[in-house]
Design a protein around this ligand. Structure first.
Ligand code: HEM
Length: 369
């Protein structure tokens, strides 16, 4: 593998992150101060904060049960392409680096593309299928997604070098990891062997991908039903420390919060002016303070009522998520980004197709025929 050596996290930070995670997990598992129980939050067994109980499948004698995400996923393996396409990771990494050298903003877009893919039928590259007006790409939720061309370019190179071998789902997982590490998230090792899905339905993207307007309860239920925990929700939402949003996506929530006096005045005025001048298609930075730095400023912004998306800002007053927001706002950024890497790894390992499921597409934009 020709990957550049990983950025490393000091042992002190790794231990601090672990402690924070443990404290946070136990707090969440114990009900965390009485937030409303999320609807449907029992999920499907992958919720790592859930207290152990009879329904789990990994426990022995009622003792410790390994959280679902820590169990090896059948069919995923770090050495999956070792023989069949040994330079797979190098090819992806070089292509991502070249693309980001030309356009740094693509890093945020690749991370988001990975999340949107995950949100519908797991990480199966369904978001990449291009069937006008029908596939996920054509959903309202996908309107501002970017990065499709880069993934297709990487696929073309991989097809030339290792025909019919590397799935688009694995390419997307690797590309989003490389995008994250390029903006300062510590590297994490990926397992491969995902297969590509054959279904991609625009209506499902609009139904499942959170785009704002959801309550914290709905967000928790969505994450838990996909095998992720409350802390994953708070940590992964921290992706909004980079990138941008359209005024169209921001305005409705912002207007409501402004009316309720729940947004910092000066900041609201600034956004209002920008959006009135530029219209719904105008872009605003998701983190107005340090828009290009992958840091914990996002959480500090929430503490000052400067969250751009109402779904983000709602996490502060909610008793299930607020403690995590405050903790990340008060800790060195490295703790958040270390946990971000871990949650991204989980994102790519839940609900994946492996083995004989799905297929390895020849083109990422079309199913094989
Ligand atoms: C928890 C629920 C979430 C909601 C409601 C949400 C909503 C949004 C919205 C409305 C935008 C702006 C879209 C636009 O107007 O163009 C956005 C952008 C973004 N989201 Fe999320 N998001 C969520 C979770 C996530 C997660 C889990 C990740 C990644 C792990 C993520 C990564 C991003 C990134 C990086 C951008 C900026 C994209 C760019 O600059 O191209 N989001 N999100």
């Amino acid at each position: 593998m020709m990957r550049t050596p990983a950025a490393t996290v000091s042992p002190f930070l790794a231990v601090s992150a672990l402690l924070l995670l443990l404290v946070a997990s136990s707090v969440a598992a114990n009900g965390y101060g009485g937030g409303d129980a999320p609807a449907g939050a029992s999920g499907y067994g992958g919720h790592d904060d859930a207290p152990s109980g009879p329904k789990g499948d990994g426990g022995q004698d009622g003792g410790y049960q390994m959280p679902a995400y820590q169990k090896p996923v059948d069919g995923l393996d770090a050495g999956y392409y070792r023989k069949s396409c040994p330079d797979m990771e190098g090819i992806v990494q070089r292509a991502v680096k070249k693309a980001l050298d030309a356009d740094y903003t693509l890093a945020a877009s690749l991370i988001r593309l990975f999340f949107h893919d995950f949100a519908v039928r797991g990480t199966d590259a369904s978001v990449l299928i291009d069937v006008p007006h029908q596939s996920e790409r054509y959903a309202d939720a996908s309107k501002t997604l970017r990065g499709f061309d880069l993934i297709e370019e990487i696929k073309t190179e991989l097809e030339a070098k290792c025909h019919a071998t590397v799935s688009c789902a694995d390419i997307l997982a690797a590309a989003s990891r490389d995008a994250a590490t390029a903006v300062g998230v510590p590297d994490w090792s990926l397992k491969y062997g995902r297969k590509d899905g054959k279904d991609s339905i625009a209506g499902e993207a609009d139904r499942y991908v959170p785009m704002g307007g959801q309550s914290v309860t709905e967000l928790i239920a969505f994450f838990e039903s996909n095998g992720l925990s409350i802390i994953d929700l708070v940590v992964l939402s921290g992706a909004h420390t980079i990138g941008r949003a359209t005024c169209g996506a921001v305005k409705p929530g912002l207007c409501d919060r402004r009316r309720a006096g729940a947004v910092e005045r000066q900041y609201a005025d600034f956004l209002q002016r920008k959006c009135v001048a530029g219209g719904d298609g105008e872009y605003v930075e998701l983190d107005g303070e340090t828009p290009t730095a992958f840091d914990s400023q996002y959480y500090k912004n929430l503490m000052r009522e400067r969250g751009l998306l109402d779904t983000d800002q709602k996490m502060l007053p909610d008793s299930r998520t607020g403690g995590f927001v405050r903790a990340f706002a008060n800790q060195p950024s490295q703790i958040f980004i270390h946990l971000f890497a871990q949650s991204m790894r989980k994102l790519g390992e839940v609900q994946v197709l492996t083995g004989n499921e799905g297929e390895v597409r020849r083109k990422c934009s079309a199913v094989n025929y």
